[in-house]
Design a protein around this ligand. Structure first.
Ligand SMILES: Nc1ncnc2c1ncn2[C@@H]1O[C@H](COP(=O)(O)OP(=O)(O)OP(=O)(O)O)[C@@H](O)[C@H]1O
Ligand SMILES: [Mg+2]
Length: 300
């Protein structure tokens, strides 16, 4: 009851700032996400967060420092007195998870072209984050917002992100289990951007499997076992069930290296030949529309 009144009070503070909640569109561990209209009559998404001031400010602070077409920008925020905050963002029609579910419900395969287009944008957004010294730590389909009609994707949910410094320790109990890198499952507290690269490998696998996660288990030890089994026995192609083009399989094998040092950087992944097609002359979306703006490739 008390939480309810805090939330109502908070929403009325947001209303005073000109945001009118329309409906709830998501719910997470620390709050709810609403669609709202802004004073300029634009539909925005507002993520409300309850919790310690420190973590709320960290999420807002990280969003303020990022500036990239594939990282969800912060439009506005509101810090309430009662350990509640509102983050105002552009509204996206879907997450990658909901799009994959639509395809699996229709019984049709998620197109390889979109796997290419979306994966490139995940690496481009991560490249920016990693260069700025941040590790996301929760890359998964629910945290990737997409607009299928334009082919654009942004990385969202910076609630687990933090600055990394080589040599300093960080918590190992991060990233949702199915996307958690093996070194984290093993309890490593010295890690860096390579853990996000592993998660992207799991997301690619999930796109290839039409929304079925690549590595699933009901406990951390079982997760490690299934990963080691597939990677050590080189059964990744079989696990993926469908035929995977050789260039994509090559990228996946590198990204899903058990040894984090062997995983390529986001920038190196962007330069992989699997993505060459996106930069070929005259390439369009399958519906004939233009591709979204893509971050330039650079050499590592
Ligand atoms: N800008 C947005 N546009 C559309 N939907 C959004 C947007 N932001 C969030 N959502 C929806 O709300 C869900 C929860 O948002 P988000 O992932 O940011 O919070 P969370 O998982 O609760 O965060 P945390 O990990 O910090 O607890 C998302 O998975 C997505 O479905
Ligand atoms: Mg989330």
């Amino acid at each position: 009851m008390r939480n309810k009144s805090i939330m109502e009070g908070f929403l009325s503070e947001m209303t005073e700032k000109g945001y009118k909640p329309i409906k709830m569109i998501g719910e997470g561990a620390f709050g709810k996400v609403f669609a709202a209209s802004s004073s300029k009559n634009k539909v925005v998404a507002i993520k409300t967060i309850r919790g310690s001031d420190k973590y709320i400010k960290r999420e807002i602070g990280i969003m303020q420092k990022l500036n990239h077409i594939n990282c969800l920008p912060l439009i506005d925020y509101c810090l309430s007195k009662q350990d509640t905050a509102g983050i105002v963002m552009d509204m996206y029609p879907n997450t990658l998870l909901t799009v994959l579910r639509m395809f699996s419900n229709k019984g049709s395969r998620f197109p390889l072209f979109y796997i290419k287009l979306f994966t490139y944008q995940i690496f481009a957004g991560l490249d920016h984050m990693h260069l700025k010294g941040f590790v996301h730590r929760d890359i998964k389909p629910e945290n990737l917002l997409v607009d299928y009609s334009t082919g654009s994707l942004v990385i969202a949910d910076f609630g687990s992100a933090r600055k990394f410094k080589s040599g300093s320790t960080m918590a190992s109990y991060v990233t949702s289990r199915f996307y958690r890198a093996p070194e984290l499952i093993n309890g490593s507290t010295f890690y860096g951007p390579e853990i996000d690269i592993w998660s992207v490998g799991c997301v690619i696998g999930e796109m290839l499997r039409n929304g079925i996660p690549l590595f699933t288990s009901d406990s951390a030890p079982a997760q490690l076992e299934i990963i080691s089994d597939v990677i050590n026995n080189q059964t990744l192609p079989e696990k993926l069930i469908i035929r995977v083009p050789p260039d994509l399989l090559d990228l996946l094998n590198q990204v899903l290296s058990l040894n984090p040092k062997k995983r390529p950087s986001a920038s190196k992944c962007m330069n992989h030949q699997f993505f060459d097609e996106l930069f070929a002359k005259g390439v369009t979306l399958p519906n004939g529309g233009s591709l979204p703006k893509l971050s330039r490739r650079k050499n590592d």
